[in-house]
Design a protein around this ligand. Structure first.
Ligand SMILES: [Zn+2]
Length: 569
């Protein structure tokens, strides 16, 4: 049994005191802190938050240790009966996968702050929480008052918890599974709106998979006063971070639904249906996988589609999510440079930041569009007998229930089984290749009686110059440049501040001046790292960064109607 104690004597200093106690079985024991967390496939370097690491025996006498990697310590146990590892963890990050301490709450993702004894990961775990008496705990682990129990380190690592006296809670039941919904932070929860919507998408997802993988589930929602959007999946729970408080049940409500449906779908896809490279997780180093198009791609696609299938979204709301994915796809020229499989492998390098321009693609966006293409391909080729739902259910039953990880070959063979035809070309061109999606997207939408259209963006800086810029302070700053556009040819660089157009101060409204001078020669004054430069721009007839949108065709053929019906139900 591994016994942890967490205490929070001085919350304003934001250090959590940790101890991990166990009976040693070796002269030298290795103590490891995970170096990454599932759900975010990059190194987290959590050990940078550890202060005052020390080890004592049952008499409180110091034991010697040495650090052997950035997050592994070797302890000389010196015939101790009990070894206790003690450290303080700095907890200031508040996101869906972090650990955070304040006067209002103790929020813990054990995967970033709990060490484990190497070789003893399968032992039972007890966690004692020294927290204020009136604190409640939102958590999927078994508990008694302020003590938590886990079967092993994997369960502990996968079970975030929030302790606070201001938690708001409600629940609903689908298929005898209790779904708990928790809110922490300033928010007036509209339960009458939330519970029917959550029940609807939960019912639909369970209906398609047949069963839910676990007996109980928790949505742990952190609400902040500023704009935020983040979610992390776990076997029996998810943590969501959303804001601002005043918009949660208004403008941001579609985000709350979107991320909740996405994370719930992960309970099957990723937490149950797992890429073979990540079964089991190795917390000490990178777990490379090219299957991002399955893990995040299918989940991104299905998360939104299930909101439509369960009537929580209408078609317009669903298509607006699809439009956003199309926009991200077409705005990124790297789609013609680096495949989704390569980009998946590289999440460990720069998967969660924009990174070097035009280098790599998003597994979420490309994976979502490919999942849509695969879904329609299966519906068409099986003459409406099957869809991507059948593929996912098969993987759930034949791999998860048989304790097997899924390889790319397994996924491809399952797609082929239900489509009744080869996926060789699709994988070669679109998964491992960088073939333009335009044609296959057009064909896929057409099969459903939908049409992909585009039009010039109203902002002339975008549609004619070929730049996307953001107002930072008084002036617009260039954030992306379309390859071979007039801006690119003129030598505009990323992070250039756009100061003036033909000598006119572009304060706060570059597009108005560009529009005014659009038929004249244009000279833009930019400020680049404190140096002013004047650049001549020659416009051409092309439209850059067009807006993409899907239109629902009024006169669908019988075949289109049938495909649409199967796809959307
Ligand atoms: Zn996800």
């Amino acid at each position: 049994m591994i016994h942890y104690t967490l205490s929070t004597e001085n919350p304003s200093a934001q250090y959590i005191q940790f101890s991990m106690q166990f009976e040693p079985t070796n002269a030298v024991e290795k103590i490891q802190l995970p170096s990454w967390r599932p759900g975010r496939y990059e190194l987290g370097n959590f050990a940078k938050n550890i202060k005052g690491f020390r080890v004592v025996n049952e008499n409180n006498e110091l034991l010697s240790f040495k650090k052997v990697t950035k997050d592994c310590w070797e302890v000389i146990t010196n015939q101790a009966n009990i070894v206790r590892v003690e450290y303080a963890y700095y907890a200031t990050d508040l996101n869906a996968g972090s650990t955070f301490l304040s006067e209002d709450q103790l929020y813990v993702n054990p995967v970033n702050c709990c060490t484990y004894v190497v070789g003893r990961e399968m032992e039972g775990v007890i966690v004692d929480l020294k927290i204020p008496e009136d604190y409640a705990i939102a958590c999927s682990m078994e508990m008694q008052k302020h003590t938590l129990f886990a079967q092993n380190f994997d369960e502990l690592a996968d079970s975030p918890f929030i302790c606070s006296n201001s938690l708001q809670h409600n629940s609903y039941v689908v298929d005898e599974v209790v779904f708990h919904v928790w809110f922490q932070g300033e928010v007036k929860v509209d339960w009458e709106k939330l519970i029917p919507d959550f029940t609807a998408f939960t019912e639909k997802q369970i209906e398609k998979f047949g069963t839910f993988p676990v007996e109980e589930y928790h949505f742990l929602t952190q609400i902040v006063p500023f704009r935020a959007y983040h979610g992390v999946e776990h076997c029996r729970s998810t943590v969501l971070l959303l804001g601002p408080s005043y918009s949660i049940f208004k403008e941001v409500y579609t985000d709350l639904l979107g991320v909740s449906s996405h994370e719930l779908y992960h309970t099957w896809n990723v937490k149950a249906i797992r890429p073979i490279e990540m079964l089991p997780y190795d917390f000490t180093k990178e777990n490379y996988s090219e299957l991002g198009l399955l893990c995040e791609g299918v989940t991104t696609y299905m998360g939104d589609l299930f909101l439509y299938k369960s009537d929580v979204f209408d078609l317009k709301e669903y298509l607006s999510e699809m439009n956003a994915q199309l926009q991200k796809h077409f705005d990124n020229p790297a789609r013609l440079n680096y495949s989704v499989a390569q980009s998946s492998f590289d999440t460990w390098l720069d998967g969660y930041v924009p990174g070097a321009p035009n280098r790599k693609v998003s597994i979420y966006t490309e994976g979502c569009l490919l999942s849509f293409i695969f879904d329609v391909f299966i519906i068409k080729n099986s003459e409406g007998k099957y869809s991507l739902d059948d593929v996912m259910r098969y993987l759930y039953e034949e791999f998860y229930h048989k304790n097997k990880g899924v390889s790319e070959a397994d996924y491809k063979q399952t797609l082929e089984k239900f489509a009744g035809t080869s996926f060789d070309v699709l994988f070669e061109k679109y998964v491992h290749g960088t073939t333009d999606f335009t044609q296959i997207l057009n064909e896929s939408f057409e099969s459903l009686g939908l049409k992909m259209n585009s039009k010039a963006n109203d902002k002339i800086s975008q549609s004619k110059l070929g730049i996307k810029a953001l107002l930072q302070g008084n002036y617009f700053v260039v954030k992306s440049i379309y390859l071979d556009s007039p801006a690119d040819i003129a030598g505009i660089m990323l992070e250039d501040e756009l100061i003036a157009v033909n000598g006119m101060d572009a304060l706060g409204n570059i597009d108005a001046w560009l529009n005014y001078f659009k038929n004249d020669e244009i000279e833009i004054l930019v400020k680049r790292k404190s140096v002013f430069l004047s650049l001549k721009i020659v416009l051409d007839d092309q439209v850059y960064y067009p807006d993409y949108f899907i239109v629902d065709l009024e006169n669908k053929s019988e075949n289109q109607k049938k495909c649409f019906e199967i796809w959307s139900k």
